[in-house]
Design a protein around this ligand. Structure first.
Ligand code: HEC
Length: 158
């Protein structure tokens, strides 16, 4: 009788040690990378949110700050010849080295191209971009004179 109680006790101690020891170890290993990952995820989510917010605010600022200069055909021609024909043709009715013809582009599209290098997200009705590439760079210094550049190009239209 005393022997079997002794054996039972030993058996329980053995079971207790075998069952409890491994259970305590894995949480310590698994938990820390898990916590770090979730912190990282929260940080990158916050960063992405801040970036999206900045992007959403940027165009509004541009629209508020930029004041247009009055239309001046001579000035429009001068900017076109000195800046745009690096890629567009001297004759805006035909395509240039890499830039397409410009006589079909509405003022709104030209403003967006010069301010950002990109087409507007919402295109004017009936306007189809000549190229799907994203090769044009922005020319922010010329934003106030886009009406003059546009008027010059329209004056050259055949
Ligand atoms: C670095 C070369 C380059 C320069 C310089 C450049 N463009 Fe462009 N432009 C392009 C390219 C290439 C496209 C076609 C779309 C694209 O890839 O961005 C384009 C497209 C355009 C379009 C849209 C035309 C259409 O109907 O789809 C307009 C408007 C435009 N450019 C205006 C200008 C004006 C105004 C200037 C001068 C201030 C200028 N570009 C200078 C390369 C240039």
């Amino acid at each position: 009788m005393a022997q079997s109680i002794w054996l039972l006790t030993l058996g329980f101690v053995y079971l207790f040690v075998m069952c409890s020891t491994p259970r305590q170890v894995p949480p310590a290993i698994v938990l820390s990378p898990y916590v770090e990952e979730s912190v990282l995820a929260a940080q990158s989510a916050a960063a992405a949110e801040a970036k999206a917010k900045a992007a959403a605010e940027a165009p509004v600022q541009e629209a508020v700050i930029v004041k247009m200069n009055p239309v001046d055909l001579e000035k429009g021609k001068q900017i076109y010849i000195s800046t745009c024909i690096r890629c567009h043709n001297k004759d805006p009715n035909i395509k240039g080295s890499i830039g397409p013809e410009l006589t079909d582009a509405p003022l709104e599209v030209m403003q967006h191209k010069v301010a950002s290098g990109r087409y507007p997200d919402v295109l004017p009705e009936g306007f189809v971009p000549k190229r799907k590439t994203k090769l044009m760079t922005k020319f922010t210094q010329h934003i106030p004179d886009v009406p003059s550049i546009h008027a010059y190009i329209q004056s050259m239209k055949r």
